[in-house]
Each structure stands twice: as C-alpha cells, then as structure tokens.
Design a protein around this ligand. Sequence first.
Ligand code: NAD
Length: 343
Amino acid sequence: MGTFIKMEKQKSNIFIERDIRFHIDKYVDLNRRVLILTDDGVPKQYVRVIEEQCPHPYLKVIPQGEGSKSLQSVEEIVLWMAQMGFEKGDLMFAVGGGVVGDLGGFIASIYLQGIQVVSLPTTTLSQIDSSIGGKTAVDLNHIKNNVGSFYQPSNVFIDLNTVATLTKREYYSGLVEALKAGLIRDSKLFDIFWTHITDFNESIPPSDVEEIVIRALNVKRKIVEKDEKEANLRKLLNFGHTLGHAIESIEMPKYYHGECVGLGMLMILENIDLRDKIKQVLEKMGMPTHIDYDIDQVISLIKSDKKYNGSTVTIVQVDEIGKGYFKDVTLEWLRNHLEKNRI
Ligand SMILES: NC(=O)c1ccc[n+]([C@@H]2O[C@H](COP(=O)([O-])OP(=O)(O)OC[C@H]3O[C@@H](n4cnc5c(N)ncnc54)[C@H](O)[C@@H]3O)[C@@H](O)[C@H]2O)c1
C-alpha cells in the first residue's frame, strides 16, 4: 500500500508507491495522444513501461542535462506537437528528473493555452521537490529558471523503486532538498538525516527513505497550498538557493543542483554551531562542503537574481532547525558575511 497526498486547491494527486509505474492506466486516461517526454540518461525501462500502457504514444527524447531547459527545446517540441496533431485533450507525460519535469510542465502550460500534464519523476530531487508545486521553467541564456509559469500537474507518480539506478552522488544530491525542507520547517525530518545517515557508502534503510520523501513532500505541499505563486511564504523553499544558483551558474556543469544548494546553505548560515552540524550531515552524504569562489562574481550574479530589488535581496535564514525565516540584506551585508564566513 502506498501513500496518497492530495493538493485540494491545486487539484494535484500525488501517489507514493513502489512499482506504481506499472499501473498508471488505472489512474489516468491514456487512451489519447500521449507525449512521453524523457531524456537520454533516463533508463529506457521506465520509459518503455509507460509507452506500453499508451495506445497512442509519441516519444520525445531530449539530451540529458540542464542545457535542454531552453527556449530552443520548447520551440522544437511545440512545433513537433503541432505537426503530430496534438489537441487540447491530449496529454504530456514527463518521465525523468527535474529537467524533463520543468521543461515538460512549461510546454504543457503553453501548448494550446494548456494541456494536461502528469509525471513519473525518476530522480530523488524530482520525487522530493521539483515534481510537485507546479513551478515550471526553462533557463534564459545562463540565468536559471528565468522563463516559466505556474502550472499544476494533475497526477504525480512517485515510484521509489525507480531511483535504484541513480549513482550514489545523484541519489544523495537530490536528498539535499529534503534536508533543506527539514531545516526550514520540519525538525523531525532533519533528525532522520542526523541519526540515520551514517556513511555515504551505506544505503539508508528503505523505510527511512520513504519517510524522508513523504515528510519533504508535506513540507512543500503545506507551503504551496498557502502561497502557490510564490508571493511570499513559498520563497522559504529557496533556502540555500540564492547563493547555490550563483555557484551553479559559475561552476556549471561541475556540481549537481543539490550539491550547490548544500553549499549555498553553508555559505549563508550565520549560526556557526548549526553550520557545523549541517556540514557533518552533508559530508556523510558525500556532498561537497568547501568551495573556492570569487565573491565579486557571486555578488554580480545576485544583482541579476529576481530576488534582488535594486537595494536589498531577501534571503532565507535558519538559526534554529525547523524555523526558516526571511531576512532582507544589502549587497554590502552579503559581501561582508561571505568574506567572514568562507566555507
Ligand atoms: N520546479 C521546481 O520546483 C524545481 C525544484 C528544484 C529543482 N528544479 C530543477 O530540477 C533540475 C534538476 O533535477 P534533477 O536533479 O532531477 O536533474 P536531471 O533531471 O538533470 O537528472 C539528473 C540525471 O539523472 C538521469 N536520470 C534520471 N532518472 C534516472 C534514473 N532513475 N536512473 C539513472 N539516471 C537517471 C538524467 O538523465 C540526468 O542525466 C534543475 O533544472 C532544477 O532547476 C526544479
């Protein structure tokens, strides 16, 4: 038996169940044109199992990696959908990680002013975070997620057995978003990391993974239900992201997204004891906890971040586990903080 989470206002159904990928046709009408969007790094077995359930599958495989989250991919795919005769009642089915999910969600939101979108997220990051909440995006040149929309998936199928094929590094880097969720809103979730992640080379027991995913999803669900369009509260989910995105842009493609979020959290924290504690957890997860970076370059990227209003930038800060809060800081404050707190 799996777990079912409903987002009432968003009309999104989230199913968390091992092997649910084999029974998607029980929950969604697949008897129409179904665009199965995936990338060439997603193991074919997950794509095949969806394709086999669709009487009219249309498969689109994009190159793996952040580079595919571009306006060129959007144009290419919508043109192809039009040529294939996709209509308003047809379906977008994203099979893959956050890249496929963000791109697929964005295309679904604009094609014929919106067609239904469902997903089978296959990375820890997409299962814990990016597949729910309806934030869709592509990158504009090198600025991450600068073009996008809010568009809710009707169904998300989280099959924890699909992440078995990830490398350890990908697996743990995705879990950093759950660590973040614990830090901003759920101290029990943080405790699971603190007590159960003993060593990068050992696996976390499956029941703990289950609890990590469900708790992280619930943190996000509660926030999104209160603030779907990121007017205020939803920005809490950006803990570690302002600096993390800057590092990601500078170092791309050296670090994974979750690794950058981990670095971004360490860089912004002011509570030294807490920073040491998080550092220990990240080390046990095999994540990087030290980086040489050029402060000027980071500051100049923050200036083009949508969170910068010309004089201050709103960052998310955590002094006490489970209690994230907003803080408006000037670029001088940030520079000073980074100079004094090199990680
Ligand atoms: N929309 C949101 O709310 C939100 C939130 C967080 C992150 N994101 C976005 O998510 C993206 C990162 O997502 P990601 O970490 O899933 O990366 P990703 O989608 O690039 O996937 C990582 C790699 O794993 C491969 N892969 C996918 N599933 C696999 C599997 N089961 N086994 C083996 N390999 C597999 C992919 O081919 C890819 O090479 C970023 O673009 C980020 O901006 C979006």
